[in-house]
Design a protein. Structure first.
Length: 201
């Protein structure tokens, strides 16, 4: 039985931290794991920036409510879900992702969670497990699913390598050149065809 696992940011939605940075005029929040490979360190730093600038979760959710899915993403997802089982597998946080999930029709989402105090201040974060994407696809495989996955970044490569089939979508030239064995796509129509073909093999 096949299960499609789609990354969220870069595949269906813009990068949420970039949207927050632009809307709040805090360009330092555009810093990513390309700049700081230690994700825990990066997130701790990000939360410090939010607190220093008085950005509570409700304010951030207000920003994210204005962020639209990538053009064509909703139709692509709807078409896949007519015939196939699909989940969104992301390293984002449920409180950040829910405005986007509403726009996408509330697909199943596996991600992480922010810890928020009674004043709406984000005080910490909770990752479901180490190597969340790889660990999750292996758990799904242990339940009898063949995973077929799509991602765009370095943190997607582990789950791509571990799955029945995996694809890159609108990835960087650096990643595509470093992994020429992974099929890469730039538009939803060709990606959809590749996913459906992988699921019938």
């Amino acid at each position: 039985m096949n299960l499609i696992c789609l990354d969220l940011e870069g595949v269906l939605a813009p990068e949420l931290w970039v949207a927050i940075a632009e809307a709040t005029n805090l360009p330092e929040l555009k810093r990513t794991t390309r700049d700081e490979p230690d994700y825990h360190k990066l997130m701790t730093w990000r939360l410090g920036v939010l607190r220093e600038n008085g950005l509570t979760l409700p304010k951030i959710q207000g920003v994210l409510a204005e962020v639209a899915p990538l053009p064509g993403a909703k139709d692509f997802l709807d078409d896949l879900r007519k015939d196939l089982q699909v989940i969104i597998l992301s390293d984002t946080f449920v409180q950040f992702a829910m405005p986007m999930m509403k726009q996408l029709g509330y697909p199943a989402l596996f991600c992480n969670e922010l810890i928020v105090d009674e004043d709406g201040v984000i005080v910490d974060f909770h990752m479901r497990c180490d190597h969340t994407k790889l660990t999750t696809v292996r758990a799904l495989q242990s339940c009898g699913f063949d995973t077929v996955v799509v991602g765009d970044s370095h943190n997607d490569l582990e789950m791509i390598a571990a799955s029945k089939a995996g694809f890159l979508f609108r990835s960087t030239d650096e990643i595509k050149n470093a992994h020429p064995d992974v099929a890469a796509f730039e538009d939803y129509e060709h990606l959809k065809m590749a996913l459906k073909e992988a699921c019938i093999q």
